[in-house]
Design a protein around this ligand. Structure first.
Ligand code: NAG
Ligand code: NAG
Ligand code: NAG
Ligand code: NAG
Ligand code: NAG
Ligand code: NAG
Length: 589
């Protein structure tokens, strides 16, 4: 009994202490804010800090992250206000109008991992605090008026991955920053002089542009200290050993591909701050289970699980595979995160499938950037396409004035890209790889409006049927997708592109005699009865270009793909060729 009450009072005591510290944290935050004349931001003092204050997240009754980007904070950061949040891990006050120096009591934020103060009007030299902020992974002080020299104490930040000091007035020489984990640095547009130190030679010139610095001439050595010839030999050997030279080149280009920047949305500063992904925390034992995020290609990945969880996420959709989020990082780059439900395979099979998928590098295939596997959660991280999906382009805003018609040229381009992407996918895994869920909402538009195939690699690990309206007739029986059922689904997409009709929509099934019909059957019928003109979307039919012949050709390709008998459907390679021929024959005439 005594033991029990001892424990009880211990627990009670602990609870009291932690709620006391939350109260202190809350007071510190309010003190911090009280020095600004906030036009946009006021927290409701009587509502719970951890759950209802925009931009504030807690863990174990302490505030661990404060994100107030672009809320109009103007003036000085008062010392001993926000820095009293001793458990703070993430602080983002970017894109405000903060002025004055960075207070040296930031040294108290020993647990800080990310500090985002870019796009303010902070000035003066940096205080000597960095030797103490050993947990920093991201430091972004860009676009301010900081001056003085870049402190060499930054060298002690062994976990630092991102350092952005661009667009300030830093002067003097660049210190030799020996930061093994550094993946991204930008010191451009300062007043730096001298040579780029050896430790930073591996970064591109653009990271140092807008300064008066030089690169030590170093023609004979590759970044790895090998002679260029040896380096080339190793590289080409690797290429021969790898899948093929071509895919090596494709991979190399992809490795340098610029990251996709999501649009900065108006509501970014308020509503999407609270992160639905953030409500989910990986359990501590995940680390022991090996539940860590795996990246592909040794690229400059600028995020980790921590980033994903702490970034603002927006639900893009909920589907058979689970929930899809758009996650916008602090640097405004965006990725798509799929939280997979009902994964039916074990860890090994999951990893194998993800590894094969991750190796696919093609401009028309949405890149699988990373994956995560633990007992409770499985994530797949893909590139984000800001232009949206073909489905949205074709069927979005149909009945409104906002609709921007999708012209024939663009449709042809989408078909070309998507066909190339799917053909590439089919080549993988020794020519056995299957997509399993081709549909217009899984085809995205890149910046040149070519179609890119998304959701790659998920079908074989999930319990799900292909989407209604797109699935080949044989699939309802066996539930097993094949490459030829992919071709069928792709054919449906081509017909959808031509007709502007959604395969799943009820309007499609209306027939003269009131029967039910899917898009493919409907078009087949229409063609047999020779009212081909009725197939085409009014949006493209009204175009003045006289592309009707091209459209009819495309329709024939689509119909070949949706052949009822599997053996009559073409291979994706042939489909690519046929689609490419549509325009080239046209030009040669
Ligand atoms: C503040 O929150 C309380 C309780 O959550 C609510 O009753 C009150 O109306 C809110 N005040 C304002 C100004 O929103
Ligand atoms: C900082 O983090 C460590 C480990 O995560 C934790 O043990 C410590 O309590 C934290 N410090 C504060 C002041 O919260
Ligand atoms: C830095 O800027 C401040 C004004 O913001 C100025 O007083 C100071 O002399 C500058 N220091 C250097 C080293 O340029
Ligand atoms: C520096 O400023 C220029 C001009 O305002 C801007 O285009 C550039 O993106 C800035 N650089 C960084 C790294 O923020
Ligand atoms: C650094 O920022 C400048 C603009 O300030 C930009 O042009 C350059 O591409 C950036 N370099 C890197 C490596 O990010
Ligand atoms: C750049 O630095 C060199 C010496 O390092 C100096 O001679 C030269 O005048 C500087 N150029 C500019 C434009 O400041």
């Amino acid at each position: 009994m005594q033991v029990f009450s001892f424990f009880f009072s211990l627990i009670l005591c602990f609870t009291l202490i932690s709620s006391e510290s939350l109260k202190n944290d809350k007071r510190a935050l309010l003190d911090f804010l009280s020095h600004f004349t906030l036009p946009l931001h006021r927290w409701n003092q009587s509502s719970p800090t951890c759950h209802q204050w925009t931009g504030v997240t807690c863990r174990q009754n302490r505030i661990v992250s404060v994100r107030l980007p672009g809320v109009g904070l103007n003036g000085l950061i008062q010392p001993l206000t926000i820095t009293r949040l001793s458990s703070l891990k993430i602080l983002s006050l970017r894109s405000n109008q903060l002025t004055g120096e960075l207070p040296c009591d930031f040294i108290n934020l020993k647990n800080l991992t990310r500090l985002y103060l870019q796009h303010n009007r902070l000035s003066g030299p940096l205080p000597p605090i960095f030797s103490e902020l050993k947990n920093l992974k991201v430091l972004d002080l860009s676009n301010n008026g900081f001056n003085g020299s870049i402190p060499s104490s930054l060298s002690g930040l062994t976990r630092l991955r991102v350092l952005n000091l661009a667009n300030n007035s830093f002067s003097g020489e660049i210190p030799d920053l020996d930061l093994p984990n550094l993946r991204h640095i930008n010191l451009s547009n300062n007043k730096l002089t001298g040579t780029i130190p050896k430790s930073l030679q591996r970064f591109q010139d653009s990271a140092f542009s807008g300064n008066n610095v030089t690169r030590k001439e170093n023609h004979h050595k590759s970044p790895f200290g090998l002679s260029q010839l040896a380096f080339l030999l190793i590289l080409s050997a690797a290429c021969v050993l790898g899948v093929s030279g071509l895919s090596c080149i494709i991979m190399a280009t992809c490795l340098w591909k610029t990251r996709i920047y999501g649009k900065l949305r108006k509501r970014d500063s308020s509503s999407s701050l609270s992160s639905p992904l953030g409500n989910w925390t990986p359990r501590d034992d995940d680390a022991e289970e090996g539940g860590k995020i795996i990246f592909f290609g040794g690229r400059n990945h600028l995020f980790d699980l921590d980033d994903l969880l702490s970034s603002s996420a927006e639900v893009l959709g909920k589907g058979a595979f689970g929930t899809t989020y758009k996650v916008t990082m602090e640097d405004m780059s965006a990725v798509v995160v799929k939280r997979l439900k009902e994964v039916v395979v074990g860890r090994r099979e999951f990893e194998e499938q993800m590894e094969i998928t991750g190796m696919i590098r093609h401009e028309n295939v949405a890149e699988l950037k990373a994956y995560y596997y633990s007992k409770d959660d499985k994530l797949a991280v893909y590139s984000y396409y800001s232009q949206g999906s073909l489905f949205e382009m074709l069927h979005g805003n149909r009945e409104t004035y906002d609709r921007v018609p999708l012209d024939w040229d663009t449709r042809l381009r989408i078909a070309t890209g998507a066909a190339r992407g799917l053909a590439t996918i089919h080549e993988r895994d020794n020519g056995k790889f299957i997509h399993g869920n081709i549909k217009s909402s899984n085809i995205f538009l890149d910046s040149q409006c070519y179609g890119c195939i998304g959701d790659v690699g998920l079908t074989t690990i999930m319990r799900s049927l292909p989407t209604c309206g797109y699935h080949a007739p044989e699939i309802t029986d066996t539930r097993r997708s094949t490459q030829s059922s992919d071709v069928y689904s792709f054919g449906v997409v081509l017909l959808e592109l031509l007709s502007g009709k959604s395969p799943a929509s009820p309007a499609v099934s209306e027939t003269k005699d009131g029967g039910n019909m899917d898009l493919a059957s409907w078009i087949r019928n229409v063609v047999v009865e020779e009212w081909t003109g009725e197939v085409f979307d009014m949006e493209i039919l009204n175009e003045s270009g006289g592309f009707k012949e091209e459209m009819v050709e495309m329709m024939q390709i689509g119909l070949a793909c949706v052949a009822v008998k599997q053996q009559e459907r073409p291979h994706m390679d042939q489909v690519v060729k046929m689609i490419q021929d549509i325009r080239s024959t046209d030009l040669s005439e």
